[in-house]
Write a protein that binds this ligand. Sequence first.
Ligand SMILES: [Ca+2]
Ligand SMILES: [Ca+2]
Length: 183
Amino acid sequence: MKRYISFFIWVLLFSCSSESTDDENMDEEITVEEDPGMGLIINEFLASNDACCADPSGDYDDWVELYNDSNEAIDLGGMYFTDTIGDDDPYQIPDTDSSLTTVQPKGYILIWCDDDQEQGPLHVSNKLSKGGESIVLISQDNQTIIDSLSFSEQTTDVSMGRDPNNVNEFIFFENPTPGLPNN
Ligand SMILES: [Ca+2]
Ligand SMILES: [Ca+2]
C-alpha cells in the first residue's frame, strides 16, 4: 500500500511540473506575438558618390541609411560605427544631441561617411571604399553588433540596399533613395 501511495504522489508531482512547463511555453508564444521587428538595420548605402545626393553641407559624400524596424525611437548617440569587422577602435557617434541622432519608429536616418565630424554627430570618420569593405554598427556597450554587412565592388552613384520585396536580399539601385523607402 505504501508503495502505491508514493507512486501516486510521484505521478502528482510529475503532472504539476508538466503544467509549469506548459505555462513557460505559453509565455514564449506571447512574446513572439508582440513582433518587435528587426530592430535597427542597415537598409541602403552608397560607397561612391559623385552626383547622387549631397549632405546638408553640400558635399557629395558616402552614406549609410539605417531603418528603425522597431516600435520605439532609437538614439544612435554613443553607438559605434566602423568599416572593418573586428575593429578594436571603432568610431563612437557623439551622444551630445539626441534630437539629431534619434531615429523614430519605422523611420530612416543617414550616417555620412565623410570624415567631416565638424558637420554634426552623424558624420563618422570612416569613408566607404568603392572596391568593397564592410559596414558595422555596434551598440553602446562596444560589443553587441546591431547589424553588419560586407560588400564587393560598387558603381559610382548606384546604391546597394535591401530589396523592398525581400528585405533579406541586397540589390543595386540606379536611383538611390537616401532617407526614404527603397524603391
Ligand atoms: Ca560632408
Ligand atoms: Ca532608401
